[in-house]
Design a protein around this ligand. Structure first.
Ligand code: NAD
Ligand code: ZN
Length: 350
């Protein structure tokens, strides 16, 4: 099989040939049709996350071993199955749940493998889908597409899934206004999902007018380019000068976090999702005085992914796929994402 792999941080990905594996135990071999290019692939390529104050969290300190084949938004056709597999058949078109856990920690025991203490996520801690084949450790991580377009389905494994969990958390306080910060791959899914599953008015913020235009088409009631120094005031006035009930930050960097706290109303609910990173100082008394909730959201579980597939099947959500690359073009795909040239999602079609 042919895979595009990260050999070390910031070095071009290289194409390598290896023997196509034969599935054993509960494993399944999937012939990859489409794999989403996620900003998290960029963090993996860059070697880690910005912690702020000049500090950097290396992915190798969290268990990543290079070389690794990235790609966690994997869709393909079942090519071969181990003898014990019965829930899936050769030829089925499937979406892979990539957030695989240890199966034994408290999170895994209640079905939240995405929050595992010792994660084995595909395309991060084990080889993923920037390849013509992907070996899936267990058939239980597959969900049948049953009619959902393969390119569209890719994003339901990560960007859509993360947006879905984040919006569910943002909806816990039945918001009148939700602010969505960032209209990239995740944020645009967030806008669609928020307009499908909440009753809130949606305000979307980004630096790019073209992305904001699309956010409007996807259901945002208001859009604001945060290059505008009056962004916070404008949001406050939309929210009756009380502030937003919920803010979902798909960027989560110092400038956006400052905005989040400035526009969050009393009893507000802040959901931090993005991994752009950095740090900033927070006035501690405002948290109890305003009695706000600050929570993180990290991907979602298998059941959430299946729910989301059902929403896509009904046409309630339609992920934006704007660009397609071949396996030889993975470096260009990551560069284009880094330089903000991608609207919605790009996919690789091996
Ligand atoms: P993306 O590159 O497609 O989108 C990022 C968007 O943010 C772009 O539209 C960009 O214009 C906008 N932006 C950047 N800086 C901004 C600023 N200061 N103010 C306003 N807008 C700004 O990225 P993506 O694939 O949507 O991923 C977003 C982040 O979420 C990444 O850091 C990614 O690693 C992370 N992520 C988190 C999870 C999770 O489970 N928590 C899962 C997947 C991805
Ligand atoms: Zn992702």
């Amino acid at each position: 099989m042919k895979s595009s792999r990260i050999t070390s941080p910031n070095e071009p990905l290289t194409l390598s040939e290896s023997v196509t594996p034969t599935p054993e135990g509960s494993q399944v071999l999937v012939k990859v049709k489409s794999v989403g290019v996620c900003h998290s692939d960029l963090h993996l390529w860059e070697g880690g996350y910005d912690l702020g104050d000049g500090k950097f969290m290396k992915v190798t300190d969290r268990g990543v071993k290079y070389p690794v084949t990235p790609g966690h938004e994997i869709v393909g056709t079942v090519e071969n199955i181990a003898s014990s597999v019965s829930n899936i058949s050769k030829g089925d078109d499937v979406l892979v749940f990539p957030w695989i856990g240890c199966g034994e920690c408290p999170a895994c025991k209640v079905g939240n493998e995405n929050l595992c203490d010792a994660p084995r996520s595909m395309g991060v801690f084990q080889d993923g889908g920037y390849s013509d084949y992907a070996l899936i450790p267990n058939s239980k991580y597959l969900a049948k597409l049953d009619g959902v377009d393969p390119d569209v389905a890719t994003s339901l494994a990560c960007s859509g899934l993360t947006a879905y969990t984040a919006i569910k958390k943002a909806n816990q306080n039945t918001p009148e206004f939700i602010v969505i910060v960032g209209a990239g791959g995740l944020g645009l899914m967030g806008v669609q999902i928020a307009s499908a599953i909440t009753d809130a008015k949606i305000i979307c913020v980004d630096l790019d007018d073209q992305k904001l235009e699309i956010a409007k088409k996807m259901g945002a009631d208001y859009t604001i380019n945060s290059k505008d120094p009056e962004t916070a005031q404008k949001i406050m006035s939309i929210c009756n000068n009380k502030g937003a009930d919920s803010v979902v930050d798909f960027v989560n960097a110092p400038p956006t976090a400052k905005l989040d706290f400035a526009i969050l109303r009393k009893r507000g609910n802040l959901v931090l999702v993005g991994l752009f990173g950095g740090s900033f100082e927070l006035s501690l008394v405002t948290i109890p005085l305003k009695s706000i909730i600050i929570q993180g959201a990290y991907t979602g579980n298998y059941d959430d992914m299946v729910e989301l597939l059902a929403l896509a099947r009904k046409g309630v959500i339609n992920p934006v796929i704007s660009k397609r690359y071949s396996l030889d073009e993975t470096n260009a795909a990551l560069e284009d994402l880094k330089t903000r040239k991608i609207i919605g999602r790009a996919v690789i079609n091996p």
